[in-house]
Write a protein that binds this ligand. Structure first.
Ligand code: SAH
Length: 500
């Protein structure tokens, strides 16, 4: 098979600013060679056996030389592999994308280029700066600030200084003094507004505004570092009005989301949308109980039941997968009332064609019991397929009224693989919040980090999804900062927003 190389623009950093075509390339590649400025979360989209090669690239700290990168890309393609060369922003805006493409042509390797949103435009946008505006600038220039001796001469400073358009310098922080001096010397007004945008479109975006005369001093005092965009022009004034990104309610907040690996990541998604930085820490993984003959037996006799209770998305998946494995579908449940604890459980049921009859107001067993208590009588038969280590409450209370059959369909086990990484994150002292959405997650999190490391949570606000999880947090001596009023992911998010 012939190999192929895709030069893919990863966009400026915000995870969702990649093209559909770019994402498609990542998903089908055998090898991904990626840069420092390409959001590394894209790698999670790759095939399980995809090979990742980090090419580095900070102006002074290349992990691989350009020659090494070229050779790796062509060699892998010649082996018949599909290669994605993932580059920050747009592949052809600096970063030597054109040279990489030329080499592929010279070597006779099939290739395609997938454009990306360049930081030189998209980065300004997230800082509230339109690169053109009828009242301010009717053109723009994107200029390298990485001034090698010969390049400094090739830049026509006079033309730039006397051009009314917006000037955007990339790779220019270490040459700010020379950039501003050259522009002022050639006639640019020293009061021209300047914005320095670091890590544009990311949760850690930081913008400093000043003017051309002071920019060097200000950048030094504010410790502005690469990667930074230098924007020169009166469009910078619009930032005050148009800055939507930094006004998001969770902007700049680092929030640990502890979760089970198979749980869906609605919380992560919401935090992202609200401008925060969700740091996902899987604490538990669920293991399906294989060859579940007990479940099969109960499904065969499903007609004797009057109620089916499902308590998690995972529980729904396993139950319905078993049905179809047995050649059955949801019609066998037509005589049952179906209860779902939690909105993600009822959503999952919906995907399986079932609208739950009962979804308790609060998404805890107690609330379901309160509702069922009024409806069931001793003739009822309730089937509860759920986790092995679930709380006894529901089964015990319902058994006082009617017949209850609990079937274990999965178990949760602690995921200890990432202890060191978690300790590094806690040690960074950069975390604002940590969220817990179940008691077992709290217990498992402590088991992973070790009781001796609980003190690392000092200074981090601990948010619980509800009272039961909150009690567990307090019992374990961590100290729950706030409990959400409604036991849902939205409730957790609202609690954090109110606190911010
Ligand atoms: N191809 C890239 C640019 C590569 S050159 C693009 O189209 O965006 C690398 C320079 O781009 C950095 O030194 C910095 O000046 C700028 N840059 C890239 N991403 C950035 C970001 N998220 N925030 C600020 N500057 C960025």
């Amino acid at each position: 098979m012939e190999g192929k190389v895709y030069l893919v623009g990863a966009g400026p950093g915000d995870y969702k600013l990649i093209t559909l075509k770019g994402l498609e390339c990542i998903r089908k590649s055998d090898v991904i060679v990626y840069d420092r400025l390409a959001n590394s979360n894209y790698l999670k989209e790759a095939k399980p056996d995809c090979e990742f090669i980090y090419a580095g690239k900070e102006s002074s700290n290349h992990v691989l030389s350009q020659e090494d990168i070229n050779k790796i890309i062509s060699d892998k393609a010649k082996e018949g592999k599909v290669v994605t060369r993932l580059k920050g922003g747009d592949p052809y805006v600096f970063g030597r994308g054109g040279e990489e493409a030329e080499i592929l042509v010279n070597e006779g390797i099939d290739f395609e280029v997938i454009p990306g949103i360049t930081s030189a435009i998209g980065g300004l946008c997230y800082a509230g700066i339109p690169i053109t505006h009828r009242d301010h600038a009717s053109s723009f220039h994107v200029i390298t600030g990485h001034l090698r001796d010969d390049q400094s001469k090739t830049i026509n400073w006079n033309a730039l200084a006397n051009n009314k358009g917006t000037l955007v310098f990339l790779m220019g922080v270490s040459n700010l003094e020379s950039i501003s001096n050259n522009l002022i010397k050639e006639g640019k007004d020293k009061n021209t507004p300047v914005a320095l945008i670091s890590w544009a479109t990311r949760h850690n975006q930081r913008v400093v505004t000043t003017n051309l005369e002071n920019v060097y001093e200000v950048a030094k005092n504010e410790n502005v570092k690469s990667p930074t965009l230098i924007v020169v022009g009166s469009v910078v004034e619009l930032r005050e009005k148009l800055n939507f990104f930094e006004k998001k309610p969770l902007f700049g907040k680092n929030i640990i989301v502890t979760r089970s690996r198979t749980q869906n990541s609605i919380l992560v998604e919401k935090i992202n949308d609200l401008g925060g930085n969700p740091i996902e820490i899987p604490t538990i993984k669920t293991e399906k109980i294989e060859n579940n003959l007990v479940l099969e037996t109960e499904i065969k006799e499903i007609s004797k039941y009057t109620y089916l209770i499902l308590t998690s998305k995972n529980g729904v998946d396993i139950f319905f997968d078993k049905l179809s494995e047995m050649g059955l579908d949801c019609r066998v449940l037509s005589n049952l009332k179906i209860c779902a604890v939690g909105s993600s459980t009822s959503d999952e049921l919906k995907k399986r064609g079932i609208i739950a009859d009962i979804v308790p107001k609060r998404f805890v067993a107690e609330s379901l019991y309160e509702e069922l208590e009024k409806k069931i009588n001793k003739e009822d038969k309730v089937l509860i397929p759920r986790a092995q280590n679930a709380r006894d409450y529901l089964v015990n209370k319902l058994s006082e009224i009617c017949t209850v059959k609990e079937v274990h369909t999965y178990r949760t086990v602690v995921d200890t693989n990432r202890k060191e990484k978690i300790l590094d994150i806690l040690n960074s002292k950069e975390i604002d919040y940590i969220t817990f959405t179940s008691s077992s997650t709290v217990k498992n999190f402590i088991e992973i980090i070790g009781r001796e490391n609980i003190n690392l949570l000092g200074g981090i606000k601990v948010i619980s999804i509800g009272p039961i999880t909150g009690d567990t947090i307090n019992d374990l001596g961590i100290g729950c900062y706030k409990e959400s009023d409604v036991c849902t992911v939205n409730g957790v998010v609202d609690t954090i927003i109110r606190d911010c």
